[in-house]
Structures are given as structure tokens and as C-alpha cells.
Write a protein that binds this ligand. Structure first.
Ligand code: 0WD
Length: 256
């Protein structure tokens, strides 16, 4: 029996079979969870529906986190299928491409800063807020995806690093808010992985190479490994862990 048997988990941010969210869906399905997936736009819908089938699910709902009405509609629709919710995986980030190259001070703009923070950080609080009714008192968990650029000035990551710092603070504040209601809130700080979102970061290939050469395990992390960690954090095995940032990065963050 899997350690997520009987748990109902909503997973956002599946854009392709390279997405970290897909690693989470597969890992959680393997551990016995019931899965619901969201898609950002109509173009992605058929692909995400097909991927949901692979996880034994036909619960696939639209979600653009820039739209309050879509967030509200998501939980309303979910409530028509499920009597409660045990987990939410937030695996969403966005910044305009011109923000993710060159010197931070030259690249950053008011608009770029606002978009990055709204889509990559505020949306986590928005999902937590809209989902808390369905999660109340079930010992459930929220998990989001962050990156080392939140705590170090990583070249080209720029305003996304500032947004990830906000996201990590969001994890702590949400953990404080939701703990008394029995819900835990954590983040995974993943090492670099070649995905659609990562392709927007200038010199990403160089980043992957550098990690491989220096990190303790001498290789990059996989979406399966991040998915397994997310499955653990959503499970009762992690019942004592909240407000935490778990590094799943083959050890890179410990290097000086
Ligand atoms: O190296 C990496 N890939 C790392 C990613 C290292 C550490 C952390 N992360 C984080 C990302 O910052 C993000 O928060 O993991 C999360 C998932 O990213 P991913 O799996 O690397 O990327 P991807 O497969 O592209 O999924 C992110 C998706 C979007 O994809 P695209 O590339 O089409 O923008 O986030 C979704 C979208 O599907 N997304 C949205 N969903 C709903 N509403 C929105 C939105 N407004 N904007 C983006």
C-alpha cells in the first residue's frame, strides 16, 4: 500500500512531461493518491488530459492564477467531485523573458517585478486561501517549488530570485496561518532541471553543467526525485514538518 493511499491531491503547473509538476503527479499516483491536474490555457488542455489519464484521473480543470475568478471556479468545481482536499502542489512561476538575462539592475522593471511576484508568489497564497475550506482539519499539506536564487544572487535569475524569496517567506507565513487548522506548508528548493520554464533563463545549459561538475552527487536532480520528495511532504510521514524549505538539489546548496 502506498503512503498516500486515500489522499486527494491537486497538482498545478503541468505544462509538459518534463514539468516538475508531472514528476509530482507520477510519484503521488505511485503512492496511491487520487490526482487532479490543472492546465493554464486551452492549448495545454488535451496534453494535460492525456497525462491525467496516465495517473488514472479524468479530473482536469482550467487555472490561470492571474484570474481570481478561475481560482474560485477551480475549487468550486473540485468540490463537486471531491468531499475534501488533502494536498495542493503549486508548481507555477513566470517572469517576462527580458527579466531573466543580464545584470539585475539593468533588467528589472516595475512591470517585470510585479508580474514575477504576482504569478510566482502571490498565487501560492491565493491557492491556499481559496483551498483552505476544503482542506480544513484533514492533516493536509501544501507544497511549492523554489530555487537557490531566493537566497543567493544567481546570474540571470534576477527578479525571479526576488520573487522566490517572497515565495519562501510566503511558505512561513502560510504555515503559521494554517498550522492551527491542521494544514502544513512547505517548499522544495529544486536543483536546475531542463523544463519549459527553465528554457527562459539565459545560459541555463551552463548552469546545468556547472552543477554537474561541482555538486556532491556529481549529477543534476530529476523530476522523479523532486516528485518523490513532494509526495513525502504531502504525506503523513512528514506530519511534523511545516514552514520548511527542503533542498532537493543533489547537495549543491552546501557548497561554498
Ligand atoms: O530548474 C528548474 N526547472 C526549477 C524550477 C528549479 C527550481 C524550481 N523550479 C520551479 C519553477 O520556478 C516553478 O515554480 O518549479 C516550478 C515548476 O517549473 P518547471 O517544472 O521547471 O516548469 P514548467 O514545466 O514550464 O512549468 C511551469 C508552468 C508553466 O509553464 P510555461 O513554461 O508554459 O510558462 O507554470 C505554469 C505554466 O503551465 N504557469 C501558470 N499556471 C497558471 N497560471 C501560469 C499562470 N498564470 N504561468 C505559468
Amino acid at each position: 500500500m502506498g503512503f498516500l493511499e486515500g489522499k486527494k491531491i491537486l497538482i498545478t503547473g503541468v505544462a509538459s512531461n518534463r514539468s516538475i509538476a508531472w514528476g509530482c503527479a507520477e510519484a503521488m499516483y505511485r503512492q496511491g493518491a487520487e490526482i487532479a491536474l490543472t492546465y493554464q490555457n486551452d492549448k495545454l488542455k488535451p496534453r494535460v488530459e492525456e497525462m491525467a489519464h496516465q495517473c488514472g484521473s479524468d479530473l482536469v480543470l482550467p487555472l490561470d492564477v492571474a484570474q481570481d475568478a478561475e481560482i474560485e471556479a477551480l475549487f468550486k468545481a473540485l468540490g463537486e467531485h471531491w468531499d475534501g482536499l488533502d494536498g495542493i502542489v503549486h508548481s507555477i512561476a513566470f517572469a517576462p523573458r527580458d527579466q531573466l538575462e543580464g545584470d539585475y539592475i539593468d533588467a528589472v522593471t516595475r512591470e517585470g517585478f510585479t508580474i514575477a511576484h504576482e504569478i510566482s508568489s502571490y498565487s501560492f497564497a491565493a491557492l491556499a486561501k481559496a483551498g483552505r475550506g476544503m482542506m480544513e482539519g484533514r492533516n493536509g499539506a501544501l507544497v511549492t517549488m523554489t530555487y537557490l536564487g531566493a537566497v543567493r544572487a544567481v546570474p540571470n535569475y534576477n527578479v525571479m530570485g526576488v520573487a522566490k524569496a517572497s515565495l519562501e517567506a510566503n511558505v512561513r507565513y502560510l504555515a503559521a496561518s494554517l498550522g492551527p487548522h491542521g494544514t502544513r506548508v512547505n517548499a522544495i528548493s529544486a536543483g536546475p532541471i531542463r523544463t519549459l520554464a527553465a528554457s527562459g533563463i539565459s545560459n541555463f545549459r551552463e548552469m546545468l553543467k556547472q552543477v554537474e561538475e561541482r555538486t556532491p552527487l556529481r549529477r543534476n536532480v530529476t523530476i522523479e526525485e523532486v516528485g518523490n520528495a513532494a509526495a513525502f511532504l504531502c504525506s503523513d510521514l512528514a506530519s511534523g514538518i511545516t514552514g520548511d524549505i527542503l533542498y532537493v538539489d543533489t547537495g549543491y546548496n552546501i557548497l561554498g
